[in-house]
Design a binder for this molecule. Structure first.
Ligand code: AMP
Length: 184
């Protein structure tokens, strides 16, 4: 059973409002399905949007934020629980430990780094938690094309792009993550 999902997403909202809507849809849907949200703890950007929507729908929201980002990313005052870490590495480790699956929404380098870490660990079988990309706008097409190129160039096993489950709606993505089942 998937009890909590860790969402990686931008500390910015991006310029296209479709991404804020997607973050809110995901937050609300997690709450409606009784799945807790684990995230970077901020009230800014898509992070704030997904957390606000989950809280408004009565969901559990656990933020994990490094001490030195509490001010810059405005640690969410209404989160069910806020964990303060000393480093970015501890943040990622705690987020991963608390969650049964991962979802990436659009974001910048921080999001890319977080997504890349859990995906590269999955290919080494260091965990078996499913990883999804919620790509409502085609934002991730470039990254996915790059991964196809990496397969063609012999740097990535053909099975490995399948580590990333890509869907355009939160409903479809949650269905696939849940169907993938709990980590063994
Ligand atoms: P961004 O996608 O760049 O807007 O960042 C999204 C989130 O990732 C923010 O909460 C950043 O603080 C966080 N972040 C940035 N770099 C790292 C990193 N190396 N490890 C963990 N989190 C990070």
């Amino acid at each position: 059973m998937i009890r909590r999902i860790c969402v990686f997403c931008g500390a910015s909202t991006g310029t296209d409002p479709i991404h804020v809507r997607a973050a809110r849809d995901l937050g609300r849907l997690l709450a409606e399905r009784g799945i807790g949200l684990v995230y970077g703890g901020g009230k800014v950007g898509l992070m704030g949007a997904v957390a606000d929507a989950a809280l408004e729908a009565g969901g559990e929201v656990i933020g994990v934020i490094p001490r030195r980002l509490v001010e810059a990313e405005l640690a969410h005052p209404d989160a069910t629980e806020m964990r303060i870490t000393e480093t970015l590495h501890e943040r990622k480790a705690q987020m991963a430990a608390l969650a049964d699956a991962f979802i990436a929404l659009p974001g910048g380098l921080g999001t890319l780094e977080e997504l890349s870490e859990v995906a590269s660990q999955a290919q080494l079988h260091l965990h078996r938690k499913p990883i999804g990309i919620l790509d409502v706008s085609g934002y991730y097409e470039g990254l996915l094309a790059h991964l196809d190129g990496a397969v063609a160039a012999g740097f990535l096993a053909p099975a490995h792009p399948a580590i990333l489950l890509v869907e355009t709606t939160a409903e479809a993505l949650l269905d696939r993550l849940v169907a993938h089942g709990p980590p063994r």
